[in-house]
Design a protein around this ligand. Structure first.
Ligand code: NAD
Length: 475
């Protein structure tokens, strides 16, 4: 029912065979799902050599033929989506409906890049002298080393893999050791679609050991990382030593600004559903709620009602609306957020503690009366805890919303066109949802500013991230 846990190097699936490794746990019940092999140093070197060889083959494959293989991989992902969704729910905890949406969106992302890769146009700039052609070309960067976390086992890898492959790059991906199955199944779709050996390689191991081996390697020309800010800074530092191109998609602490002229109940329903998706373990999850005084009580009442109605359980069980946290570290983190809030005068309106004694469940939680310098208001919660506080004026809320070093996502709700424009301009974030939470689609750029990182995934920007610009002046 789960999947065979293997490495994929140079077109071959490799299992334990004496390698070290680790168990993969189901966060709903703590049971072992399987044993994941770690790549040895020799395996990593083999992946580097394979990716260099794969790059030579893939960059000379036409964009048209690359597109056909990508499309076939997307079709296979759709065909296999039920199995892959179950794999993901077992290893990560999210409910089956969310897993399914993730896998199907992943197929859409591949399709989108399959098309966009055929349109990686350059341009011709008129020359200053007769007979001179000035050509601007986009060339694939080369071998990409990608690192992905545990919250979206298929979607985060696919953004990197599809963008890189569409641009003509080869990839070595180290997906999360805690949720390896989604990425293994994804890679299997590309392999079965006829991707040449070496173009895509999948490894696992001790994260620091793998990244410190791959990033400095001469073979690697581009790094793409999704994860926490401290790790992102460390990897960006390693990449800087070799002056390598980098995309960093890091943490956030997304403010939600609800103006008094918004429909308080409708907004609460929309944003609460978004808040508790994947138990809040989403980098663009709404995490700090600022509600204008006049509608504060109405919004809070409806949001709390939503949180109380959530049904916790195994994500594969019918009727479950929120699964467990992905690992025990998140449980400890939630307890620390709640305790700090309580110590600072915060009131727990609902939730606030662990649920049951099996698996890593934490109750959907709403906290009020917390000061702006409480831990929950300043550090990324990455869990089902929602602090809701009032504000008075536009200028005040903008200052509070922009006060942190994060700048990934932000949300605002208002029925005024003028306020919508003003808040869209004022919020410091790479993505802003106004009366909308649809800020992550295959065709639009996804990425942050400030310490939330740099570079975009998704959209045409997600393809350009894997290209170098070359200028040719031809007389
Ligand atoms: P963490 O910071 O140790 O790890 C985050 C991710 O980075 C994991 O997938 C891990 O395997 C990987 N990683 C860690 N060290 C690495 C290294 N030296 N080289 C390469 N990869 C490395 O901690 P965590 O407990 O997994 O998560 C803690 C916080 O990370 C969360 O609270 C959240 O703020 C952030 N996070 C963000 C995202 C995101 O989508 N942006 C995803 C997961 C976690």
């Amino acid at each position: 029912m789960y999947t065979d846990l293997k490495l994929f190097i140079d077109g071959k699936w490799l299992d334990g065979q004496g390698r070290e490794g680790e168990d993969v746990i189901n966060p709903a019940n703590g049971k072992v799902l399987g044993h994941l092999p770690h790549a040895t140093t020799a395996d990593l070197d083999a992946a580097l050599a394979a990716a260099e060889k794969g790059f030579a083959v893939w960059k000379s494959t036409s964009a048209y033929d690359r597109s056909k293989i990508l499309r076939k991989a997307a079709d296979l992902l759709r065909e296999r989506h039920e199995h892959i969704s179950r794999v993901q729910t077992q290893e990560q905890g999210k409910i089956y409906a969310e897993s399914r949406a993730e896998v199907l969106t992943s197929a859409d992302i591949i399709d989108w890049y399959a098309e966009e890769g055929r349109r990686a146009y350059g341009r011709i700039v008129p020359g200053r002298q007769k007979g001179v052609r000035q050509l601007v070309l986009q060339e694939p960067v080369g071998v990409v080393a990608a690192f992905t976390p545990w919250n979206f086992p298929t979607l985060t890898p696919v953004r990197k893999i599809a963008g890189a492959l569409a641009a003509g790059c080869s990839v070595i991906i180290k997906a999360s050791e805690e949720t390896p199955g989604g990425c293994i199944e994804l890679v299997r779709c590309f392999a079965d679609a006829g991707l040449p050996a070496g173009v895509l390689n999948l490894v696992f191991g001790v994260p620091a050991r793998v990244s410190e081996h791959l990033i400095p390697s001469k073979a690697v020309k581009k790094i793409s990382f999704t994860g926490s800010i401290p790790v992102g800074k460390h990897l960006a530092g390693l990449a800087a030593k070799g002056m390598k191109k980098v995309t960093m998609e890091l943490g956030g602490h997304s403010p939600v600004v609800v103006f008094a002229d918004a429909d308080a109940e409708k907004t609460a329903d929309t944003i609460a559903a978004f808040k508790y998706r994947n138990a809040g373990q989403v980098c663009i999850s709404p995490t700090r709620f600022y509600v204008q005084e006049q509608s504060y009580n109405r919004f809070l009442a409806r949001f709390t009602e939503y949180a109380k109605a959530i049904k916790l359980g195994d994500g594969l069980d019918r009727g479950t609306t929120m699964g467990p946290l992905a690992n025990a570290r998140r449980l400890d983190a939630m307890e620390a957020f709640v305790n700090d809030a309580k110590n600072r005068g915060g009131k727990i309106v609902t939730g606030g503690s662990r649920h049951g004694n099996q698996g890593f469940f934490f109750q959907p939680t709403v906290i009020t009366d917390v000061p702006d310098d409480a831990k929950i208001m300043t550090e990324e919660p990455f869990g089902p805890v929602a602090p809701i506080v009032p504000f008075k004026t536009f200028d005040e809320v903008v200052e509070r919303a922009n006060s942190l070093p994060y700048g990934l996502a932000a949300y605002a709700f208002t029925s005024s066109g003028a306020t919508a424009t003003a808040i869209g301009d004022a919020l410091q974030a790479g993505m802003v949802g106004i009366n909308s939470v649809a800020i992550s689609t295959p065709e639009t750029p996804f990425g942050g500013v400030k310490e939330s990182g740099y570079g975009s995934e998704g959209g045409i920007e997600g393809l350009e991230a894997y290209t170098n610009v070359k200028f040719i002046s031809q007389a």
